[in-house]
Design a protein around this ligand. Structure first.
Ligand SMILES: *Cc1c(COP(=O)(O)O)cnc(C)c1O
Length: 223
């Protein structure tokens, strides 16, 4: 995409975030905009960086390594978030690259993360993915299993879990799901709430999101 388009899109998204924050009844200090650059080129990512964006999200470890290893050398202030499913055999590679992992969703992955953190000394920020729509094909812990899983991650393994993440069911009104997520985060005193994509980030913010993951509204449609 041409340079001005990505910069213009970022301006528009930032403006909408500000407006939504003003409407939000919650006291989010700010909302972290994660620019989701999956399938997009290093060239496109550099356009976003030139427009002041430093926080990026990718959903595949391998793709992120290919695109961001050199970018991170060149731009020291980048922050990289993993927003897609993480296989246990990719945990070490993910830890080496990502600052935040949004998709902690099962005990086996928690075990692998705990081991890899001890070995590498690198400590990412972690959020648990919740299957808030209880969809059989989707990743994430069921809402009723969250308490036990959180105890296992934080108390048994000592993992630094500070947030929750969700992807509501496609095509449904996301607001009831966002509200449920907000109440889960509050009741477990988790400060980071990752929800909202290009189509619904404003609604997510007025429901209490602290992080939004926006791809196509910044970079254009993915082919
Ligand atoms: C692709 C993706 C996004 C961004 O989607 P858009 O609709 O393009 O904004 C957000 N979250 C996750 C988990 C994704 O995989």
């Amino acid at each position: 995409m041409i340079m001005n388009m990505i910069a213009d899109n970022l301006d528009i998204v930032r403006g909408k975030i500000k407006t939504a924050l003003l409407k939000s009844p919650y006291d989010q200090k700010a909302v972290c905009l994660i620019a989701v650059s999956k399938t997009k080129s290093v060239h496109d990512i550099k356009q976003a960086i030139a427009a002041g964006q430093t926080i990026f999200g990718e959903n595949r470890v391998q793709e992120a390594i290919l695109k961001f290893t050199a970018l991170r050398q060149e731009y020291r202030s980048l922050e990289l978030h993993l927003i897609g499913p993480l296989q246990t055999n990719k945990v070490e590679a993910a830890l080496a690259l990502f600052d935040v992992i949004h998709t902690l969703d099962r005990p086996k992955l928690a075990d692998a993360l705990s081991k890899a953190i001890k070995k590498s000394g690198r400590i990412p920020r972690l959020s648990i993915e919740v299957n808030i729509g209880r969809e059989s094909q989707k990743a994430g812990v069921m809402p009723e299993d969250l308490s036990d899983f959180l105890v296992y991650c934080r108390d048994t393994l000592g993992l630094p879990v500070t947030g929750l993440m969700c992807i509501p069911p496609y095509g449904a009104d996301p607001v009831p799901f966002f509200r449920h997520m907000k109440s889960l985060a509050d009741s477990h005193r988790l400060h980071h709430l990752s929800m909202g994509m290009s189509g619904d980030f404003e609604a997510a913010i007025t429901c209490g999101a602290t992080e939004v993951r926006v791809g196509s509204a910044i970079f254009g449609e993915r082919s």
